[in-house]
Write a protein that binds this ligand. Structure first.
Ligand code: GLV
Ligand code: MN
Ligand code: MN
Length: 409
């Protein structure tokens, strides 16, 4: 059998081939042909590693190693396998690959757990196709109703269920998972920032994850001819949206305490060079480690936007996602540190500025998370890279931690 680091590298390279934008990073939208290719790869590896494979009604994938105890809650290990547009090969898959290799070590070392071990690969964490984000984990724990799931559409108006059926998934499968069936959730993720690399430390034990929200803003005006409509007779949705966007960074600066605001998606309609835009839809992502900061900036953003409701302009703000900052489980944090020490792997504590499925599960089960360094602190871009050596270190720590949590012999 190949060495752990080589196996990890192979998985990452193989999965990175499943992109809609070859040569321009990873673009793996949920329920796309690339999702199907990745899903088949993950399921194949799960089977090869002796796991019992199951999918749920969202298309989340589970690979279970049964324990001695019947109907006992599982220690879950995993992450997501979708990507942002033109993203990297590690955000998400690094955690899925690590989970696969933790399970492989149970098999290789003939370890029998008392509680089951489950490798989990989640859909639509990024929200790149259906908006919001954290869809697979929120759906699983019941934070997304069936009705809300069904009503989500992508930019072409395709619904979640239509998209699932198109790649052969079954939306009628069970969706909810009783929290009683979860004993713990462990997630490895790339840091997506510069701290671990600067400190030259291979492992970050995550203490807390930022609170975040995603708003969808619609500005509507009146379409018209670019040449014949005098400047003082226009209700230009794009000019108004631009004024709003230009004031948002100031709201984050005013709030301070590392509050951040980003407009990353911006669509203009009808998008013709000689047509006055009648509609603009854009996202506003607001984050901070302190919930009060997020709430303040949401309020200020909403009142800024509504102040433009005049002269033929109509605005509307929809909250697609809201999630409070989360502190991760104290017991698991200690266990991860203890195992790192035993393995003589250097670590430090770290906070997460990115959102993760781990934060959803943390209200339902005991959650622990590890970060590994990101080269040049880059993520959500094709240059995203992490060292498989570091993923292998995290696998060793998770393997020891999972043995403890599953009470393996
Ligand atoms: C996920 O990458 C997020 O933090 O939005
Ligand atoms: Mn991401
Ligand atoms: Mn991620």
């Amino acid at each position: 059998m190949k060495q752990l680091k080589e196996r990890i590298e192979d998985h990452i390279v193989n999965i990175s081939d499943f992109t809609a934008t070859p040569g321009k990073g990873t673009t793996r939208l949920t329920y796309s042909p690339e999702d199907l290719q990745t899903r088949n790869y993950i399921k194949e590896k799960m089977k090869e590693y002796g796991l019992k494979v199951r999918e749920d009604g969202f298309g989340n994938i589970f690979g279970k190693l049964e324990g001695i105890l019947k109907d006992a809650p599982s220690v879950m290990v995993g992450s997501h396998f979708d990507s942002v547009p033109n993203g990297g090969a590690f955000d998400g898959p690094a955690g899925v690959v690590a989970a696969l290799e933790v399970a492989a070590l149970f098999g290789k070392n003939n370890v029998t757990p008392k509680y089951p071990l489950e490798v989990v690969a989640l859909v639509e964490e990024e929200g790149s196709r259906f908006g919001g984000g954290l869809m697979g984990s929120r759906g699983m724990v019941g934070l997304l109703s069936d009705e809300d799931f069904r009503s989500l559409t992508d930019k072409d108006g395709i619904t979640t269920e239509e998209a699932m059926v198109k790649i052969g998934l079954d939306p009628t499968l069970v969706r909810r998972r009783d929290p009683k069936t979860m004993k713990a959730f462990l997630e490895l993720h790339i840091e997506q920032g510069p701290i671990l690399e600067e400190k030259k430390i291979p492992i970050g034990v995550v203490e807390a994850i930022v609170g975040l929200t995603q708003l969808e803003v619609t500005v509507e005006g009146q379409a018209g001819h670019a040449g014949t409509t005098p400047m003082d007779r226009r209700a230009d949705a794009l000019v108004t949206a631009a004024k709003i966007v230009s004031q948002l960074p100031g709201l984050a600066d005013e709030e301070g305490e590392r509050t951040v605001v980003t407009v990353g998606r911006f669509n203009v309609f009808p998008n013709g060079a000689n047509v006055i835009p009648d509609k603009v839809v854009f996202s506003v992502d607001i984050r901070s480690g302190k919930e009060a900061n997020v709430l303040n900036v949401i309020e200020k953003t909403k009142s800024l936007i509504s102040s433009f409701n005049e002269n033929g302009i109509k605005t509307c703000v929809e909250e697609l996602l809201y999630i409070q900052p989360k502190e991760l489980n104290q017991g698991i944090r200690s266990l991860l540190k203890e195992k790192s020490e035993e393995l003589q792997i250097p670590y430090c504590s770290i906070n997460s500025g990115a959102g993760h499925d781990a934060m959803v599960f943390s209200d339902y089960t005991d959650v622990g998370m590890l970060f590994i360094p990101s080269k040049n602190g880059l993520s959500h871009c094709p240059e995203e890279w992490s060292d498989s050596k570091d993923i292998a270190k995290a696998v060793q720590i998770f393997y020891e931690t999972a043995k403890n949590l599953t009470e393996a012999e």
